[in-house]
Write a protein that binds this ligand. Structure first.
Ligand code: NAP
Length: 466
């Protein structure tokens, strides 16, 4: 049995109700649910299950997470200069206070516990394993040193233990980010801002040090389609003029042309709300007075990456120039080149395949969250692909949990999962995690930071030891 200090001696007792006194023990059905992945989709699934409990229905939830730290992308994805987005972790911690909830951190599916065992011992298994692999561009030169994916860069600056040693070379003046989504925006902004703006954040210490020494002064964010097609969201665009030490450039004429095209193709003369808001925010960026900062961030649209060139490492990137004809994006055949030493592709993610589940097009093969013919369900990016903001997972989880409840049969009478986990494995339960969390927060306090993230698994486990 693994090193698991149980929160109470029988974690499957229904919360605070003396059922015998109420005479309800016979009508109450308790189901064991395993949720794999302690990111937003995992916690929102647990929350949706807790909200579905009735006097007849209760859920004993085990949340299994391969890292010693929970919160998924809230810890290792959300940009450190966006601390407000991270306050959703308060919701996660509230979910974790439910007496029928257990965290199994530092337990990896496939290595420390098999999916087949979860399927057998639990009534329901909900896969919330996300998408962690960066999509490939499929262009020559993509594998040159200096060309990396946002799937490495983002967890690197956020202190994910697996990416501490990612090959991030900031010893160059110009960086190019490929993609016109919010991840590209985060990467571009982190590279282009003055790192003093990150000093009071929870940016990983190794990354902060390297960002302070960075030679990068010019960053391009590039989209292959027009501004009207960009996947950025308006709040992120509206934040750009607030950068104190970075001038942000967008071509005002390109935004006006995009507006005209959007208007021409709009139904009933009304441009779709998101597009309208985005274009309005872009107009503000384009027309905001530049301060002559030495750091700049420039957006280039209608630029399709064709080739990354360099002898031993990235030296330049070639873009094909696109144009829009009759609403369609067309390659003009013309190209332009940007000399640069770093290329980051932020063009979306795919799920890492997991033994025992079928994956198709980078996500778990599922029907609205049900994995047909099994007791497996899926929520979040593993289910729908890498789309939506953190809150999107709340409605997603609630929809899938409705199906879970609809499908429930008789609860299983199975042995507790802890008997399957090797005794050598240190299981990070909620109390253990709370000690890690408190230690990180305490370390940040004297420096005015929300926390200092520990980035080694070993040291994370040491931090939380009693
Ligand atoms: P995304 O929003 O899907 O954007 C991906 C971008 O990559 C698109 O502009 C896409 O262009 C482009 N792209 C795809 N393949 C390409 C190729 N071969 N060559 C050039 N460009 C290519 O994905 P994301 O930025 O990874 O974000 C994932 C999700 O997380 C999104 O829902 C996002 O809003 C969310 N997120 C939110 C925040 C926040 O709220 N602050 C922060 C980060 C992420 P096309 O449209 O032309 O395909």
């Amino acid at each position: 049995m693994g090193t698991f200090p149980p929160v109470n001696s029988n974690p499957y007792v229904h919360p605070s109700k003396n059922l015998k006194v109420l005479g309800m023990e016979e009508s109450l059905k308790r189901y064991k649910i395993a949720i794999v992945g302690a990111g937003p989709a995992g916690y929102f699934s647990a929350q949706a299950l807790q909200n579905s409990e009735t006097e007849e229905l209760s859920f004993a939830i085990d949340l299994i997470e391969r890292l010693p730290t929970p919160w998924g992308l809230v810890r290792s994805g959300v940009a450190p200069d966006h601390p407000k987005i991270k306050t959703v972790s308060k919701v996660f911690e509230k979910v974790a206070t439910h007496p029928n909830f257990r965290l199994f951190g530092n337990v990896e599916l496939g290595t420390d516990i098999k999916l087949a065992d979860l399927i057998e011992r639990y009534d329901v298994v909900i896969m919330c394993t996300g998408s962690s692999i960066g999509k490939k561009l499929g262009i020559p030169g993509e594998d040159l040193p200096g060309s990396i994916s946002a799937a490495e860069f983002v967890p690197w600056y956020n202190g994910h233990p697996d990416y501490v040693f990612a090959d991030v070379d900031l010893d160059t003046e110009v960086a190019v980010v490929i993609g016109a989504g919010n991840v590209a925006m985060d990467c571009g902004r982190i590279l282009a801002l003055n790192p003093v703006e990150l000093d009071a954040t929870d940016t990983a210490e190794h990354a902060l040090e390297k960002l302070h020494a960075s030679q990068i002064r010019k960053v391009y964010i590039t989209g292959r389609r027009g501004p009207e097609h960009a996947a950025f969201t308006a709040p992120e665009l509206r934040d750009l003029p607030k950068l104190e030490h970075t001038d942000v450039y967008m071509d005002a004429q390109a935004i006006e042309e995009a507006h005209s095209r959007a208007l021409a193709s709009a139904v009933d003369g009304e441009i779709e709300k998101e597009i309208r808001n985005n274009l309005e925010a872009m107009r503000i960026v384009a027309t905001t007075e530049k301060k002559g900062n030495e750091r700049s961030l420039e957006f280039r649209f209608l630029s399709a990456p064709k080739e990354i060139r360099g002898e031993f490492k990235v030296e330049e990137i070639v873009f094909g120039i696109n144009e829009i004809q009759d609403g369609k994006v067309v390659d003009t055949g013309e190209t332009y080149t940007i000399k640069c030493g770093l290329v980051i592709s932020a063009i979306g993610y795919e799920a890492l395949p997991i033994e025992g589940v079928t994956f198709e097009k980078g996500k778990i093969l599922n029907e609205e969250g049900r994995v047909p013919g099994t007791n497996i369900y899926t929520v979040g990016w593993a289910k729908r692909g890498p789309s939506g903001v953190i809150g999107t997972n709340k409605s997603d989880a609630s929809d899938v949990v409705k199906l879970v409840v609809e499908d429930l049969g008789e609860p299983k009478d199975s042995e507790d999962v802890t008997t399957l986990i090797d005794s050598e494995i240190v299981i990070v339960d909620q109390a253990y995690w709370e000690r890690i969390n408190a230690a990180e927060i305490a370390a940040g306090e004297p420096l005015g930071k929300p926390r200092i993230k520990e980035v080694s698994r070993f040291l994370l486990l040491s931090l939380g030891q009693n």
